[in-house]
Design a binder for this molecule. Structure first.
Ligand SMILES: Cc1cc2nc3c(=O)[nH]c(=O)nc-3n(C[C@H](O)[C@H](O)[C@H](O)COP(=O)(O)OP(=O)(O)OC[C@H]3O[C@@H](n4cnc5c(N)ncnc54)[C@H](O)[C@@H]3O)c2cc1C
Length: 497
């Protein structure tokens, strides 16, 4: 408690994926006092103290989240470890083109070669590995064969490469989800210079004359103000813009509407939300597939998928990919089926959407959830819809291969290609990779919220370090890119001190 009244060198606000990296890396120097503030609980060092659902890597839990019954695109974790505690444990990497986009907006540190050491550091620290053979179901093995049958080559999903099929890197061991709190904080927890403050919600930063003077938090129902020399905001793509806006940093007109006095007019805060939408095409599993899946489930080895395809639509630049095809078979993601029956199908996800959404405050009260409009398929030219339709054609081709057709036939109802635009929109799901709401950009870019080092424009001692600063979404699952970005920015903070 000493630092709590005296202040810290660094306050990390948000104990999710990026927050755990920052807390661990910055407290490596024993002379730097670091406090990480997390709204949700900390279940501690011992695995036995963690909720079973959060540990179970075979399913996506809906516990320890901000809103239990919200639409799928709003799901985000509220506990130390952040969304790594509730996610699919899949780790892939984007294309060279993704990094070129980031480098153009954030500088040369963001190129794929410059980020490589940080990607490797994250892979090592998270213990990422390929799924062992026994975790592949008959379905997953057949899906690998199906991708080859329609002409894809095998690629390494952990490196830029190009289109192709392969297996992701996983942060799960024997069915246990190995989250960022385990990977990054296990050893760091015992350091006397690191404080983990859980169940402590960040309300707002006190910003005056271009500097953060303190942060107002609510802990155990009480108000407290914490102080530090430097503040690192890591509340994620929905949380970070909300904290900034409550602090008077954001689009001035919107802030006035909700009764917040603008301190720094940054129109980009909460704008530019980009997430990857997708459509699941259900198939009808044969009795043989159901029986094989039941057998796998009985031995504890049933995972709904262990492979994916990176595919390019006709609109995708040469050498890159703008689609993920994800064949799954197992218990449904949400809801249940009678014993011995499973869901099978293939999803197509739009990986590089042109559409943009928003995060906006509904009030200045920190307990009020922000309004989140993902803006799916809203781009004027209809490019995202065209990419999605191209993905669904590939899904149909994959489902019709000799390798998969013997495991599952067409489900009842219209074929995906016959669905109207309206019907497709009604079936949209998300890949849960929101980014871009505090986007980095060049000094002359009026939409930029932070620079390539995460520094917030107009506020001298504040950085944002999490998924929200990525200005475009990579053609990948975002956990590994966020881990690598946080590793890189932690290095910069250390150098700057
Ligand atoms: C259901 C789901 C499945 C996913 N599956 C995958 C996958 O398989 N592979 C993959 O690569 N990515 C996946 N992702 C995405 C991945 O988890 C995120 O990209 C990553 O967690 C982003 O890290 P972050 O640090 O930006 O945010 P988070 O990890 O979400 O951390 C933000 C933290 O800040 C805290 N916070 C927010 N507001 C406040 C506040 N006011 N005060 C204090 N603390 C606050 C939150 O409680 C949370 O702990 C998935 C995400 C979800 C939700």
């Amino acid at each position: 408690m000493t630092g709590r009244s005296a202040g810290y060198d660094v306050l990390v606000l948000g104990g999710g994926v990026a927050g755990c990296v920052l807390a661990a890396r910055l407290s490596e120097d024993p002379d730097r006092t670091v406090c990480v503030v997390e709204a949700g609980p900390d279940f501690g060092r011992e695995r036995s103290g963690w909720p079973k659902g959060v540990l179970n890597a075979r399913a996506l839990p809906r516990e320890e989240v901000w809103e239990r019954h919200a639409p799928a695109h709003r799901i985000r974790a509220r506990l130390l470890g952040g969304s790594s505690c509730i996610n699919g444990c899949w780790n892939t990497w984007g294309s060279e083109a993704d990094h070129a986009e980031w480098a153009r907006l954030g500088g040369p540190r963001w190129t794929a070669p410059a980020m490589e050491p940080y990607r490797l550091a994250a892979v090592e620290r998270m213990g990422l590995r390929r799924a062992p053979e026994h975790e592949f179901s008959w379905w997953s093995r057949s899906a690998l064969a199906a991708a080859a049958e329609i002409g894809f080559r095998e690629v390494d999903m952990g490196t830029p490469g190009g289109p192709g099929y392969g297996t992701p890197l996983l942060n799960a061991f024997d069915g246990v989800r190995h989250n960022a709190a385990f990977a990054y904080l296990e050893a760091a927890r015992s350091r006397p210079n690191l404080t983990v403050l859980a169940d402590a919600a960040v309300d707002r930063l006190d910003v005056r004359d271009g500097r953060v003077r303190g942060v107002s938090i609510e802990v155990d129902g009480r108000r407290e103000t914490l102080h530090a020399d430097g503040y690192l905001l890591a509340c994620g793509s929905f949380g970070s813009p909300a904290v900034l806006m409550r602090s008077g940093i954001g689009p001035a007109a919107h802030l006035r509407e909700v009764g917040v006095r603008p301190e720094v007019d940054l129109p980009g805060v909460g704008s530019n939300l980009v997430d990857q939408p997708g459509v699941f095409v259900p198939l009808a599993p044969t009795d043989e597939l159901n029986a094989a899946l039941a057998e796998k489930e009985a031995t504890g080895d049933l995972y709904v998928s262990r492979m994916l395809v990176r595919a390019a639509s006709g609109l995708c630049p040469e050498g890159s990919w703008d689609l993920h095809l994800l064949p799954v078979a197992g218990p449904p993601l949400f809801g249940g089926l009678p014993r011995g029956q499973y869901e099978a199908g293939i999803s197509a996800f739009v990986m590089k959407p042109a559409s943009r959404g928003t995060v906006r405050l509904v009030s200045a009260d920190h307990t009020a959830a922000p309004e989140i409009d993902p803006g799916f398929l809203s781009d004027e030219g209809g490019r995202d819809l065209a990419v999605l339709r191209s993905g669904l054609e590939l899904v149909e081709r994959m489902a019709a291969t000799a390798a998969l057709a013997r495991l599952a036939g067409p489900a009842r109802g219209p074929r995906a290609r016959d669905l109207s635009d309206r019907e497709l929109r009604a079936r949209l799901g998300t890949y849960w990779h929101p980014v871009g709401t505090c986007a980095m950009g060049a000094p002359d870019d009026p939409r930029a919220v932070v620079d390539g080092e995460g520094r917030v424009r107009g506020v001298s001692n504040l950085r944002v370090v999490d998924a929200s600063i990525l200005p475009t979404v990579p053609a990948a699952n975002t956990q590994l890119p966020v881990l690598a970005a946080a590793e890189m920015l932690a290095d910069l903070v250390r150098e700057a001190a």
